[in-house]
Write a protein that binds this ligand. Sequence first.
Ligand code: FES
Length: 159
Amino acid sequence: MVEEGLSALAAILERCRLNHTTQSRPPNILQSLLAIQKALGSVPLHAVGEIAHALEVTEADVAGVLSYYPELRTRPPGRHLIRICIGESCVANHCDRVLAALRDALNIDVGETTMDGRFTVQRIYCVGNCAVGPSLMVDDDVHGRVAPQKVGELLNEYE
Ligand code: FES
C-alpha cells in the first residue's frame, strides 16, 4: 500500500514536472498539490521535499501553499467529509450554531478527523445553496436549512 502510494506520487510528480517545463513557469504548485491529493487522499508532509524538487521550487513554497488552502489535507480524510459552509449567506443564517453542534456531536474541530475515522470536518466558502442556508455538504450530498438540533440525526445517515 505504501509502495503504491509512493509510485502514484512519483507518477503524478513526473506529470507535474512535464507540465511545468512545457507550459507554466513558475510552476502551478496548487494544481500539483490538488492532483496529488486527488490520487492519494492527502498530501503527505514527508513528500514536501520531493514535491519541491520535482517542481523546482523551495520546500517553503510548497509548505506555504499547503498550509494556506483549507482544501488541502496532509492526512487522509475520514470516510465521510463534512464541509460546513461559512460563506456570507450561511453566516447570516447562523452557521456558527451548526458548527458548534458539529463540534459537540463529533468532539473534533475544523480540520480534524474523528478517532474512529468516520468523519472529517472542513470549512467551505459557498456550496451554491445560499437560498436555503445554513448549508453543509457530506461527501457529495448538499444539505440546506440545517438546524443545529438536527445535526445528530443528519450524521446518523452516514455510517
Ligand atoms: S454562502 Fe453558504 S451556500 Fe452560499
